[in-house]
Design a protein around this ligand. Structure first.
Ligand code: TGC
Ligand code: FAD
Length: 393
């Protein structure tokens, strides 16, 4: 499938249907994203005109059942993530947020009226979602969030105040899943709940975050809530506590575990081809031992990363969801993809900083991917807690 010499290829471990999904995702991404991505990255714009086509491909809410969603298995979904991120992490981000962070919580924790109201339009790409967890003073530690929801009377509407920061899609979102602390009536301990905040609600603004040097083809912004009145019908009834947002993150982190291997493959393929063509000291760079060592390291990490993603995907298919195994996958595959992109950039010499060769764009993007959805080090601490039983955050 990949045309690259992976010694531990996953191709023969896939079903016929998974191979078909992979091929059609790859053809689509090469045909529709590859020709425009460089321009969008340079101008820091997101290709909104492609959203209906993402919907047609089944990329939006891909793993969800019903409501016009594709109902893909976890492995087929992972393969689509590879192809999106082979082109650009920002495009994969758009689909991850729409699917895993906005549609998933409505599907998993919403009531039937909320599902019917939002999910079909989101699957068609007509309604865009965002996920507001991070705040200026609460990133790795979302439990310290300040955004709060007040209820004047038991069973009444809510008033939300606070600020969410670094939010993918917020400037273009129609509906935002906002996580806020609220005091349930009769309790004096605030609890985290999820709210569907709609564009147009009085007191809501979503300013764009400018000046990003990474993930430039993705829209990022804030969600500012100034006494926003949110009807009680917009509370997600099915979950309370931090496990609500963290469950969504588990879904999204799984997709990133696959997706980053696409960016890594793009960088490896570029480095291989460049060093086979480029001659210095009278022979191709690829004929030198140092270059072959770098290529061998890349192939090794991508092969192992894909095997790990497939293993986690098959476990999910069988109903075994272990968040720590997804932390291991997200952390390792992001970290390795970032290393591969940096080395590929170096192997291109001066050309490596040119937009034309793409490796620097991937390297810049992967700096973000290594940070969001739990930083590389925070995932080490999640694993450390699982290994020792001691939270060391
Ligand atoms: P902790 O005590 O560990 O957990 C609280 C409750 O949540 C449950 N839980 C999980 N459930 C599902 N999946 C997971 N991964 C879970 N992790 C924990 C846990 O069982 C517990 O449930 P219960 O029933 O006992 O209440 O909470 P803590 O405050 O100690 O959390 C620690 C830590 C560090 C693991 C957590 O806060 C964390 O993961 N921090 C990283 C924050 C993060 O990843 N933020 C991402 C923001 S969104 C984003 O970046 C989107 S990028 C979008 C794009 O792709 O463009
Ligand atoms: P901090 O938590 O302040 O961390 C700074 C550094 O300290 C990191 O290196 C971290 O590993 C380290 N650190 C933190 N705690 C510890 C510790 N206990 N021990 C040792 N080291 C520690 N969030 C959303 O809610 N929704 C989104 O859609 C979204 N999209 C994003 C898009 C982009 C482009 C970016 C850059 C971020 C996005 N985020 C989003 C936010 C992202 O999840 C956070 O940036 C991330 O969780 C880290 O939080 P922070 O930036 O506050 O860093």
């Amino acid at each position: 499938m990949t045309g690259t010499p992976y010694l531990l290829s996953i191709d023969h471990l896939l079903s016929e249907e998974e191979r078909l999904v992979w091929k059609s995702a790859r053809d689509f991404c090469e045909r529709r994203i590859a020709p425009v991505i460089e321009k969008h990255y340079e101008h820091a714009t997101f290709p909104r005109d492609l959203i209906p086509e993402f919907a047609e491909m089944g990329f939006l809410g891909a793993t969800l059942q019903g409501y016009g969603c594709a109902g893909m298995g976890p492995v087929a979904y992972g393969l689509t993530m590879i192809e999106l991120e082979r082109q650009d992490s920002g495009i994969r981000s758009f689909c991850s947020v729409q699917s895993a962070l906005a549609m998933y919580p409505i599907h998993a924790f919403g009531d039937e009226a909320q599902r019917e109201r939002w999910l079909p339009g989101m699957a068609r790409g007509e309604v865009i979602g965002a996920f507001g967890l991070t705040e200026p003073n609460s990133g790795s530690d979302p439990g310290s969030m300040r955004t709060h929801a007040r209820q004047h009377e038991a069973g009444g509407d809510y008033v939300l105040s606070g600020q969410k920061f670094w939010i993918t899609n917020s400037p273009i979102a129609d509906v935002m899943i906002v996580w806020a602390r609220t005091l349930e009536h009769g309790s004096d301990t605030p609890v985290v709940r999820g709210f569907l905040v709609e564009r147009g609600m009085a007191g809501l603004s979503t300013p764009e975050t400018k000046g990003k040097l990474s993930l430039r083809a993705s829209m990022t912004g804030e969600i500012v809530l100034d006494e926003v009145k949110v009807p009680k019908a917009n509370l997600l009834p099915g979950v309370s506590g931090l496990k609500g947002p963290l469950s969504c993150l588990t879904q999204a982190r799984y997709g990133i575990g696959w997706g980053t291997m696409g960016a890594a493959e793009a960088c490896f393929a570029a480095a291989r081809s460049y060093t086979l063509d480029r001659k210095q000291f009278g022979r191709p760079l690829a004929a030198t031992q140092l270059v072959q060592l770098k290529l061998a390291n890349m192939v090794t990490e991508i092969s192992l990363g894909l095997q790990a993603a497939l293993r986690v995907g098959r476990r999910l298919e069988a109903g075994h969801l272990i968040p720590e195994s997804i932390s291991l996958l997200k952390r390792n595959n992001c970290g390795k993809a970032l290393d591969i992109a940096r080395v590929a950039r170096d192997m291109h010499g001066g050309n490596g900083i040119s937009a034309e060769y793409q490796v620097m764009r991937h390297a810049q993007n992967l700096e973000t991917v290594n940070t969001y959805e739990g930083t590389h080090d925070v995932h080490a601490l999640i694993l450390g807690r699982a290994i020792t039983g001691i939270p060391a955050f």
